[in-house]
Write a protein that binds this ligand. Structure first.
Ligand SMILES: [Zn+2]
Length: 151
């Protein structure tokens, strides 16, 4: 299990960063803010990666435990069906975790290209508090909600 244990000092720094009051968050310099976001992104990336591989392993175990040849095309049998559903749920969740990793990679690339924190639709800066809550946000709240209702 040791491979899943995070660098503890990074974890502590991220916790401290997450606990900063909003007004202190606004007072950080750009580089301090981006440093905090980078650590946050790296930590979330590691968490999602661990989640994806744990779910994949669980799905593989389910596949191994169910009788070979018995479940594949046998949709009538209740037991095989449940295992298939569990396995598909695990695989779907693993895919979601991997998609989150890709979003995070995109955000890290933006930090490197100095285009991070700009709304992809209106090109206005995304508020720091929103970025801290959702570090791979690509849209400001207005554009995000504008897609659903034009109020
Ligand atoms: Zn926007």
């Amino acid at each position: 299990m040791t491979q899943y244990i995070q660098d503890e000092s990074a974890q502590a720094r991220v916790e401290e960063y997450l606990n900063l009051p909003d007004e202190d968050l606004e007072k950080l310099s750009d580089s301090e803010f981006l440093e905090g976001q980078t650590e946050l992104l790296n930590l979330e990336r590691a968490t999602y990666l661990a989640q994806a591989s744990a779910l994949k392993a669980e799905a593989d175990t389910i596949a191994q435990e169910s009788e070979p040849g018995d479940t594949q095309f046998d949709e009538e049998s209740g037991e095989g069906g449940t295992a298939t559903i569990d396995r598909e749920r695990d695989l779907a969740l693993a895919a979601q975790a991997r998609a989150a990793v890709e979003e995070i990679d995109g955000a890290i690339r933006k930090i490197n290209h100095k285009t991070y924190g700009v709304c992809e639709v209106c090109h206005n800066p995304i508020p720091r508090a929103r970025l801290r809550a959702l570090p791979y946000a690509r849209l400001c709240v207005k554009c995000k909600e504008g897609g659903l209702s034009k109020r």
